[in-house]
Design a protein around this ligand. Sequence first.
Ligand code: BGC
Length: 751
Amino acid sequence: MKSTKIISLTVIIALLGSMLPTVRAIAPPPPKRFAQRQANIERRIDTLLARMTVEEKLGQLQQLDGDVDGSFRAEHPDLVRRGLLGSFLNVRGAKRVNELQRIAMTESRLKIPVLFGYDVIHGYRTIFPVPLGEASSWSPVDAERSAQIAAREASAAGVRWTFAPMVDIARDPRWGRIVEGAGEDPYFGSVMARARVRGFQGADYSDPTRVVACAKHFVAYGAAEAGRDYNTTDMSETTLREIYLPPFKAAVDAGVGTFMSAFNDLNGVPTSANPFTLTEVLRNEWKFDGLVVSDYESVKELMNHNLAADEREAARAAINAGVDIEMVSRLFNKHGAQLLRENKVSMGTLDEAVRRVLRIKFRLGLFDNPYVDESREAKEIMSAEHLRAAREVAARSLVLLKNERETLPLTKNLRSIAITGPLADDQKNLTGSWNADALNKTEGIVSVLAGIRAKTGAETKINYAKGCEITGDDTSGFAEAVRAAQNSDVAIVVVGESAEMSGEAASRSSLDLPGRQLDLIKAVQATGKPTVVVLMNGRPLTINWIAENSPAILETWFAGTEAGNAIADVLFGDVNPGGKLPVTFPRSVGQIPLYYNHKNTGRPPDAKNKYTSKYLDVDVTPLFPFGHGLSYTQFSLTNLQLSAQRIRPDGRIIASVEVENTGRRAGDEVVQLYIRDVAASVTRPVRELKGFERITLRPGEWRRVSFTLTPESLGFYDRQMRFRVEPGAFKVIVGTSSVGGLEAGFEVIQR
Ligand code: BGC
């Protein structure tokens, strides 16, 4: 008889935490001490504010840009000396930062420290998988761990503020910035947002090895019309509240110190001048007391949006809506004093913005501890411990999309392996589009070819041929690639996008593999050799031919500094893949937007009935659904149980399921819990993720995994925009992807 073991997420996190040397248990500071410290901070701010001139106040609201190599510009030291520059982006390096800080702390009148911000998105110098890739681990523990390491390296270089995490929900893979987030689901995005904020900030970001995080881009930036970056967004308040806001709220709940307003307009009002989102929601509803920075020149761009006729109007609209720091453009600075004189901005509004900036500087401990220890950089950046973590996190983020006839894992004693494809021997693309201080550096980056060479012994002959480039029409390298395959036991083809094909200003109208890469795969497969396709890309791709015809597909996104080692770990079975897709792969661009938590419509698709919601020329289903991902072992889910048949609207219900590893290897499964509200006053999605847990099981081992559904899981915004749980029937679906699963039902009864 099996005995029931309930495994809770906290236990897993605690267990994993104890295994990972870099994750320290985060205990929040005792509330009383915290409150006292905050009160003390507010008093110190009052004293400072009383001494500041209008110019010095506006100086705190100004952020300027350094150069990509981290250096500052000629005008910066003097601006700091005069108290006219409160923060930087891109300036980094312990020596430089200390040099500027010394000017602020010894030569400026009020000795207010400057704050150094930087886009530390998925690593500072040790690069972890791109955020969408890391999200594929479905492991908040890994997300937290990588953010903590990124914080440690960045802070060693004097950076104490990261413009991350990006928590934008993205339902459109044409949008290149889908790579920077956690995918399409608000619940999943919220879990990852919390983990990343915790990872960057820890319990208290006055710790000099931590950075203050920034939830961006507030808000709905991912809903850009037609997937074209910076484009307009228009949606109901219900969609805004249920899909796009939750990860931001989760970041606030996790204590995020800063927010970034976005580039896009939302329902006609640019989000960098939107009082509804920046003040009503963020400040009044959520009680956020940190600072808001604009996106890069997004204050100035209010003129392009036709919201402001001139610079003065743009400055006024942004500051009055709730933007505190202006990134790069200088309109607050230039026009602030006059706006005050004309009573178009009140002194109260200005003081409040300055207070928020100073509050974060105090919370970072910068007034008392402004300098960075210059000996840390050499010791901490790309340390062996950080590289080991990057390899482990990368391996856990890979997704096995397909594996027929046990093509994978490969045995290590193969006589020969053909390795081909434009990304097989590549280093520069592996770090993705936000590679921070690793930009233009290849030192230490492990290619797939190098990773496989390190994994296999001298007896295995590696036949490498590039085959073709990522783009372009040149097929002259095909013959050599085909020969390599003919002379080998297996072929590995490494294809995808270049790093700059995703990220900012990198939207695509086609999601096909660029160039002649698909033809290369076809040519290699035509040799009859077992062929493994390794994908690198920053967004879902329409890979229909490969999905149908290639026996094995491994999605690796851009896996970072240790990509090649991590990929080799998985290809050869030292790590059993356990990642899952955090985003839907469509069959065709014409299906977009395509996401698992869609509505049912009055005429759900039915192949036998013409007058139903579908296409004439493509199936309505995705190529690979949200939550999909295979393993080298198999799992079975049985015996779904609910703790009650009926609950009240304020009640909770526990759903649990038995998961067994029925295969021959140890492996990970991500158990996913979805709900469906069967009938409600507002139409509800066909299913919504409300819980997940990645577990490891040995062959033959089983566990009961449980999830608690709370009013927060079951509620929605009704027609009056009130969040509530409505009485009626609910379905619970537990499975290993967003398709299929075990089902049970319960009812919410009137109290
Ligand atoms: C991006 C932000 C980024 C900022 C600073 C902007 O163009 O939208 O995500 O944080 O630049 O580099």
